[in-house]
Design a protein around this ligand. Sequence first.
Ligand SMILES: [Mn+2]
Length: 352
Amino acid sequence: MEEERRFDPPEAFAERLQGFGPNPLLVCHNDADGLSAGVILKAAMTRAGRPPSVRIVGKGENAYSDAFRQELAGLRIGGLVIADLGTAARLPREDVPAIVVDHHVPTGRPANALTISGIADDPVPTSSLLAYRCAQSVGDADDLLWLAAIGLIGDLADEAGFPAMAEARARYGITALRKATSLVNAPRRTASGDASAAFRLLERADGPKAVLSGAHPETASLLAAKAEVAAALDEARKVAPKVVGDVAIIRFSSPCQIHPLVAQAWRGRLKDRLVIAANTGYREGWVHFAARTATHRDILEFLADVRPAGADEQYGNGHRAASGGALRAKDWNEFAGALGFGPDMKVPAGAP
Ligand SMILES: [Mn+2]
């Protein structure tokens, strides 16, 4: 952790971009905030004469994994921009100029990248708002304001304290902004996790009403994504929790990323438990889970205490009241066993 070290201001974005060569790569997360940040940064880079290729990081992927490093290894790129995917010491490419735009708790700081992190700000902004400030360093970015608002709504329960949000509300209307956010947030939870249609739609639309209107063909595919996720959630919510001590596990199998929604739903109904929604069908060979609690218990501390030996960087991140992780089947079995759960929580290794 190097939180004390000063991060770079968004105002430095335009100048750093001038050091980029042709064909830079822009990498962003697949949720509403990551997509909005990506669309804003793509526009800013294009306006600065550095139009990028875009790679959306989605289901089961991590921008700082070895697999992603290998994917980028041979590419001829003139620079790298990474948005809303965390901040770590080692970037997936270290031989090209790089800019990181992010608001999560950093696990380190890359040595030579311009690192724009909101983590020291109060209130902590979203990646899309930081991206908007980056775009303002390139030139007039007024047409991109609504995208910053989409990211703010997508990531924050409370958007108070952000003047950009007040301005966007007044200009575009909060209802349309919220509906558009919900729509572009849907594809990342589907079985495919493919959010490219959402990115395209945010790019083509000139505001939230155009996202919703159906004038662009992507709207229909996002509505289908929403229906897919709603149906999967309906199924999973029929599953009864198993309780041992003060831990409740809801075990189900779905290719959709609904475990955070299931955990959130039970959190309010099992107020004195730590709730774990375990999805054995999200990715083959793995159990993905979300942990929530309405008690004052620190979930990060709880997960650290019962951490199975085989757990990796995908385990136990997030916040004190909202965490989770992904465990290989054998590690999940060790984890559930250590919590006192019986054979009904065991997952056959390699076959979820
Ligand atoms: Mn995100």
